[in-house]
Each structure stands twice: as structure tokens, then as C-alpha cells.
Ligand binder design. Structure first.
Ligand code: SF4
Ligand code: SF4
Length: 297
């Protein structure tokens, strides 16, 4: 069995990537299983998805703690302790990072492949952060036992179910094909089965709803949740041109643009989650965007 874990952020198509990879494996004659894991948070929050592909029936369930392949759609997650994408990786684990640079710090420990998927997605989809086809193509190619035709069939089937336009579907197919032909397959070793045995049923005791439900009881603690690390692209105000109209201040849905004593808008980067609505709303287009990187020293 091959176990693949995919890391990214809400809105990047991580769940769909695991579905496409599972379907591509199934169309190639394997058994397949795929599912995501994420909380109740919004676009930008860390997301994990899992795919198992096997020649035999898959009896294993639950999250993959020791993957054979890790696909990381957003390199900034490497610095995120909540995501911890390298958790459970071993020297034999094949790690892929969507990055323009080779992370030497990782290649000393793992078999690492990188490609700048962000630029390729922009080229084919006119969008920088939708990685469903791109990451599934990387995974299929790294596995080395999935045919290109099966991958493209899976991309088509999964994206048509999502109501995608024919033009965008063609862009996804072309993107998947280019990435599949660009990535070099790696000999991914299958882990030995770990002698799974059924455990006795456990009946957890139920807490009262106030203790057991995911609700925040302390007032005024929103500032402690630093959503700035969800950001994929950072808005930067061009103060040479900004005329202090403060439309960005009014439009920011998270209220993280404040007003400095001299009347200038100021972005609180600890909490700006990178929706880029401010850049769209600025009448003079004086807010430009910069991709967040800097994970590697
Ligand atoms: S990108 Fe702009 S609008 Fe969005 S949260 Fe950040 S400052 Fe607010
Ligand atoms: S909307 Fe644009 S011009 Fe107006 S304050 Fe914001 S950055 Fe400046």
C-alpha cells in the first residue's frame, strides 16, 4: 500500500487533489481511499487530505501518520506548528514542496522534489492558489504506477462534478499533463504492514455540552488567534500613491486595517489572512500583492 498525505490551506483544492489522486489510482486498477481532515475555520486555515492506493483491499482507516509521500501545496506551512506537514516523515519518505527553491534543509533528511506550481497554476488557470489538479498530478507521477490517461480521466470526472466550465476544465487537463510530464518518478518504497489488529471497543464518557462542544467561552480573545499565518499573499500599500481615502479600511472584512495618527491606513499583519479584498477595492490599485515565502533560510 502507498500512503499519501497532502497539506495545504482552505480554498486551495487540497481535498479535491486527494479525490483526483484516489480516482486516478482506482482507474489504474488499484484499490483507493481518500478523505480530508479540517476544522470549522475558513479559507486559508491549514487543511490535510489523505489518499491510500493499494493492490489489495484497504482495511486501514483513519489519518495517515507515517506517509510514503507528502505533498505540500504551500511552503509557508513548513513553519506552521498547527499543520506540521513533516510530522511522521522518515528518511524514506518522498516530500514534494510547491516552491521555487530547493530547500536544502529538507533535502538533507528526505528525498525532496520541488516545482513552482503557483506560477504554473497562474499560467493555465489564471489563479495562483488552486492546486487540485497540480498536486494530484505530482502525486500520480511520483507514485510511478498511475497512467497519464487515468489521471486525466480522474481530473475530468472530479472537476465536472464540481460544475467547472469547459474552458477551466481544459486548463486543468493541460496543467495536469504538463506537470505529469515534468516531474520525475521516484522509487517510492511501500512500507511494511504493521500487523494491524482489532482493538476492543472503547466507550468514551460524554462531557456536558459546555465542556464538550467546540465553543469559545472567554470573551475578547479573538486577537490571540493570529490568522496572519494563513496568508498566501500579502497586501502591501504603496504609500507613495495612497491618498488616505480609507476605502480599504472600510472594506476589510476582518477589520485589520487601522488608521495611523497621520491618517494613513495600516495593515495588522498578525491578523490579515490575505483575502486581498482590500487590493480589489482600492480605487487607484495602490495595494499590490506579494507571495508569502521565506520558509527556508
Ligand atoms: S488582505 Fe486586506 S482585506 Fe483581506 S484581511 Fe488582509 S488587510 Fe483585510
Ligand atoms: S483604498 Fe487605496 S488609496 Fe484608499 S486608503 Fe486604502 S490604499 Fe490608500
Amino acid at each position: 500500500m502507498w500512503r499519501i498525505r497532502i497539506h495545504g490551506r482552505g480554498g486551495q483544492g487540497i481535498k479535491t487533489a486527494s479525490q483526483i489522486l484516489g480516482s486516478a489510482g482506482f482507474y489504474s486498477g488499484f484499490q483507493a481511499q481518500d478523505f480530508p481532515l479540517y476544522g470549522a475555520e475558513r479559507r486559508g486555515a491549514p487543511v490535510i487530505a489523505f489518499t491510500r492506493v493499494s493492490e489489495d483491499p484497504i482495511l486501514e482507516r483513519g489519518p495517515i501518520s507515517s506517509p510514503d509521500i507528502i505533498l505540500i501545496g504551500d511552503e509557508t506551512l513548513l513553519n506552521d506548528p498547527q499543520s506540521a506537514p513533516l510530522c511522521g516523515a522518515e528518511p524514506s519518505t518522498v516530500v514534494f514542496v510547491n516552491s521555487a527553491q530547493v530547500p536544502e534543509v529538507l533535502s538533507q533528511k528526505f528525498s525532496v522534489t520541488t516545482t513552482n506550481l503557483t506560477d504554473l497554476c497562474f499560467q493555465y488557470l489564471n489563479h495562483r492558489t488552486v492546486y487540485s489538479s497540480a498536486l494530484s498530478a505530482v502525486g500520480a507521477r511520483l507514485l510511478g504506477n498511475i497512467e497519464l490517461e487515468c489521471l486525466l480521466r480522474a481530473v475530468e470526472d472530479e472537476l465536472i462534478q464540481q460544475g467547472i466550465s469547459s474552458q477551466l476544465l481544459q486548463g486543468n487537463l493541460d496543467l495536469a499533463r504538463e506537470i505529469f510530464e515534468m516531474i520525475q518518478p521516484v522509487a517510492v518504497s511501500q512500507r511494511e504492514e504493521k500487523g494491524l489488529t482489532a482493538k476492543p471497543l472503547v466507550f468514551p464518557s460524554q462531557l456536558p455540552v459546555v465542556d464538550g462542544a467546540p465553543i469559545i467561552l472567554d470573551p475578547g480573545n479573538m486577537a490571540l488567534r493570529k490568522t496572519g499565518n494563513w496568508r498566501v499573499e500579502r497586501p502591501e500599500i504603496d504609500y507613495e500613491k495612497c491618498n488616505n481615502c480609507l476605502i480599504c479600511y472600510a472594506r476589510c472584512p476582518d477589520g485589520v486595517i487601522g488608521v495611523a495618527p497621520d491618517g494613513r491606513p495600516e495593515i495588522d499583519y498578525d491578523h490579515c489572512k490575505g483575502c486581498l479584498i482590500c487590493a480589489l477595492e482600492c480605487p487607484g490599485h495602490f495595494i499590490h500583492t506579494v507571495k508569502e515565502t521565506g520558509t527556508f533560510p
